[in-house]
Design a protein around this ligand. Sequence first.
Ligand code: FEO
Length: 170
Amino acid sequence: MKEKVIEAINAQIKAEEESSRLYFAMANWCDTHGFPGSAAYLYIHADEERMHMIKLVHYLNERGAHATTQELEKPQNNWDSLQNVFQDVLTHEQKVTELINNLYEVCMIEKDYLTSNFLQWYMQEQVEEEATAHTVLDKLNLASSSQGGLFHFDKEMESMAKTAAAAPSA
Ligand code: FEO
């Protein structure tokens, strides 16, 4: 594999692991601020990001390159409100989409078509993750305007967490 592609994938491995830690920190915040359903959802999301990382690690190793384990940034640990948490989820996913696009561009410049093909899965995943983050935020904004709305929102997140936990992992 070309060195530039290896470097870019290693950078993405770090980004996915940092995403996992950010969602883990968000889950911890929800857990300690009366939102157990949102916490359950975000703990699962943290696991999914770790799976995204591991998939890249296996890919690099299978291609005869070497995935490196890297130093990570400390994630944010506090938020002002549940709305801030889920707004940050959306913003973060948009950032990840940009990173995947940039990684794809490196592969195209380096003519690494196998890796470009491998990245299709991540591109599709980003479309779904951004759409879900938008939907959750819309629900939360609607819920915030009514009495007891946040309680019901949190219950809905609990059922989304159950559905996600039951789904086969990719
Ligand atoms: Fe691995 Fe949610 O992006």
